[in-house]
Design a protein around this ligand. Sequence first.
Ligand code: GLA
Length: 391
Amino acid sequence: MKNMPIKTSVLQKFEALSDRQPLLVNAPGRVNMIGEHTDYNAGLVLPVAVNRSLIFAIAENNEEVCRVYAQDLADEVEFSVENPEPLNKQYKQWANYVIGVVGELRKAGYFATNFDCVFGGNIPIGAGLSSSAALTAGLAFALNELYGFEIPKMELAKIAQKAENNFGGVDCGIMDFVASLFGKEGHAIRLDCRSLEHRYIKLRPEGYQLVLCDTQIKRSLAKSEYNARRNECKRVLSEYKRFYPDIQSLRDLTINMAYDYKNQLPDTLYQRCRYIIKENVRVEHACEDLINGDVYAFGAQMYLSHEGLQYDYEVSCRELNFLVEQTKRDENVAGARMTGAGFGGCTVNVVRDDYLDTFTENMKQAYRKKFSRELRVYPVKVTNGISIIDN
Ligand code: GLA
């Protein structure tokens, strides 16, 4: 099955499971260009959907149970839509996401019957490209189509987020689901996580592409430190509420407001706060830079964002820092930063088209020399969001 197109292998597996004609859905992973850790602070983010995706084949089955097969993990789960409870099994985390989508749809008043589903894809797992959001949002979309629920896409994003929060035990924000559902070819999505208003910003000028450098560091700290940062932000908010009772989130603070009561907070908490406030401003600048077609100004915002994540928010790691640092001296790279939750995973780089091969070679060599590890480099294309595909 190794070299077979994903759709063919997913369909083949599905045919072994069911006689029915399945619905096919494609759900992309995402890369966040800038606006990191701002989503759960009601801030601004700028993600894109990329051409690494999960494909689902799904049909009702008239049986007592759902049968869901995760092709890339060669693992399966059976459960009834009547009883969508999280499994108490760490190693079947993926299954909790699946059950979670069914459970959260029910909570919202949408009742699926039992179904068969096979899914598989090429989103590297644990690399920070949100394979889990592609799974939950992709399945929510597929069930919405299959049962004609007519749920608006932003509601699907919220349902998928709740599946991860309540069944997967990950307290993530809404960005990844919106990116996977709302992606648009050649565009980034400027999402305001307070109002959920979103706008498309064209990625220009031509002649540059997005390239991911995957540290291959599995993000073991990601979950605990992610939740720790969320709690720190809650503490910062309650501290500042003493002085500014009207603020609802860190989004409502300006740098001057924060600075005025800096001494009332432990240094670390002030650093976290400063990062969030400045990162929201950077997203605004980055959008303007894209609109103006100034790729190097955009890149400069990416570098500043990385610095903030490295020193103030402290969610980077030495491998990510090294990779970003490497590109700073290279005029063929407009910008680079870590992307996603941090502690490993990928950097995203804006690289001149005609420089891709040299870039790949240089980065791999430098990484090998420094860490005696292999770097994976993936050029990615910015694609449309979740959609039905032909059989
Ligand atoms: C993870 C979460 C997102 C977001 C990013 C950091 O990807 O799932 O909601 O918080 O980290 O920007």
